[in-house]
Write a new protein. Structure first.
Length: 499
């Protein structure tokens, strides 16, 4: 009988499973928000958005830095995992208390007494989310996204069913809270069931705690600043324009964010884990960085620029007539998502190479800049807020691209070569979409028909150029299909570099 060795996951296979997970997750989220948009009122979405700002901020600054530290740090994995688990307990319990006691001040800020009860209900989920950090980090570190799809998929599906059922029963804003709570609890529980890891005795040495914190604390500050930058628009919009306007803005944001996150899933956490594994091989790292950025741009630019031209039909079909005001808001948000997706590998590469303090500084500076331009933009309504977000995101995205280009050592010739394919695909997709949109606008056709015809025209133009450049596309995909160096080899090279 032949001996079969276990095939190691590659960035391509991991990215495929990560994308599948995001598709399931955000497809279910879309199916959740579409019926809820017709059942709930804009004020319900606005109220939940205000509560979710604090809840999400606490989970992000606890979960992501610890996960990234465990994924990146070499050494005894069991020791690092125990230390990370101990820190997760401490930080999760602290976050739970902060969430519970935050209800009163934010209720005063928004003049909304119901926020006190909402924050008390959401508080235990902060601790539960922290307890799931270690099993999720182990799966990411090993590029085991095939197994990671299970907890995320089960959690979002069960949560959506319960949330929609609660909405139909008249739970109002609490149906959104039920969805969030169910998703966090099941995501943690199922992850522990599928990961074969036990904490054992103790929670790691104090030295390991310090090493995790030395990387995690600056990264935590950067994550908090980044979260604040991407959510300060909700804060200022809610305070200056009210919950109804905030509800419209929130749905417009979700409409553009869901496809952006699905695209980015293929090289989001996967990319960070891949770059961390390639720290010692700058040539390989450079090729992987440029290839990932080129492929993301090849999808993102044609898709979102094309969608910007049919945004009115998209809103009419997906959300319904009462959300027509979201069409103007969607335009700058589509452009924002383009910049965010394309620059994401750049930010991941910077973190993977250990520049957590640079990460914190840039996100903090961007937060301050965002607040300034958003206060100005709020004077022009929710559309002004959307354009202000585009300005601040564009500045930050370009900064990350420049830094990553420098860190990776990519040449100008290699960069221009990587940009060629996205440029051609964009130029082949937009003209057919614009032409069909103009022609169908001259006759009285339903919004759904106009949207479908424009999409088919864009896909035809995209397919022609993709076929003509298939050799280049195949080569890029082949690079992602290669198995990465074994983790022990990388650790040995890092040790030798320190010596």
């Amino acid at each position: 009988m032949l001996n079969r060795t276990k095939r190691r996951p590659t960035p391509f296979s991991a990215g495929g499973w990560a994308t599948a997970s995001y598709i399931i997750s955000y497809a279910v989220s879309a199916l959740l928000y579409l019926p809820m948009a017709r059942i709930l009122e804009p004020g319900d979405f606005g109220l939940y958005t205000e509560a979710n700002l604090v809840f999400s901020a606490l989970t992000i600054i606890i979960e992501l830095p610890l996960l990234r530290a465990l994924v990146r740090m070499p050494g005894d994995r069991q020791e690092v995992a125990r230390a990370t688990f101990g820190l997760a307990i401490v930080m999760g319990f602290t976050g739970m208390l902060l969430c519970a006691f935050s209800g009163w001040p934010i209720s005063m800020l928004y003049n909304e007494p119901r926020l006190v009860q909402l924050m008390l209900i959401l508080a235990p989920a902060v601790l539960i989310d922290a307890l799931g950090v270690v099993p999720h980090a182990i799966l990411v570190r090993e590029l085991e996204f095939r197994r990671r799809i299970l907890p995320e998929s089960i959690a979002v599906m069960v949560g959506a069913v319960l949330g929609i059922a609660a909405a139909f029963l008249g739970a109002g804003v609490y149906s959104l809270v039920i969805y969030a709570m169910t998703r966090v609890i099941l995501n943690c529980l199922v992850a522990w069931l599928i990961v074969r890891w036990k904490p054992g005795r103790g929670f790691g040495s104090w030295q390991t705690w310090k090493e995790v914190l030395n990387f995690g604390l600056p990264a935590s500050g950067g994550e908090l600043a980044q979260f604040a930058r991407f959510n300060v628009d909700f804060v200022i919009g809610g305070m200056r324009l009210g919950t109804s306007a905030l509800g419209v803005y929130n749905l417009a944001w979700k409409t553009t964010e869901i496809p952006a996150r699905i695209i980015n899933a293929s090289f989001d956490t996967v990319g960070y884990a891949t770059f961390s594994r390639l720290q010692t091989d700058k040539s390989y790292l450079q090729r992987m960085f440029l290839t990932a950025t080129s492929l993301l741009a090849s999808i993102t630019l044609p898709l979102f620029l094309g969608a910007a031209f049919v945004r009115e039909e998209l809103v009419a079909v997906a959300l319904g007539p009462k959300w027509a005001a979201a069409a103007d808001v969607i335009l700058p948000l589509f452009l924002l998502q383009i910049l965010w997706v394309i620059s994401h590998p750049s930010a991941g590469l910077s973190l993977a190479l250990g520049h957590s303090r640079v990460y914190a500084f840039i996100n903090t500076f961007s937060l301050v800049f965002s607040v300034i331009v958003l206060l100005i933009g709020a004077g022009f309504g929710i559309t002004g807020i959307a354009w202000a977000m585009l300005l601040s995101t564009g500045l930050t995205s370009l900064t990350w691209c420049v830094l990553a280009w420098r860190y990776s050592g990519a040449t100008s010739a290699a960069t221009l070569k990587a940009a060629r394919l996205p440029f051609f695909l964009t130029c082949s997709t937009l003209p057919p979409i614009i032409l069909v949109h103009v022609l169908t606008g001259m006759v009285s056709l339903p919004a759904l028909v106009r949207l479908v015809l424009a999409v088919l025209a864009g896909l035809a133009g995209f397919a022609v150029v993709a076929r003509l450049n298939w050799v280049e596309l195949k080569g890029n995909l082949a690079l992602l299909r290669q198995a990465l160096p074994e983790e022990k080899v990388v650790e040995q090279e890092l040790a030798e570099a320190k010596v």
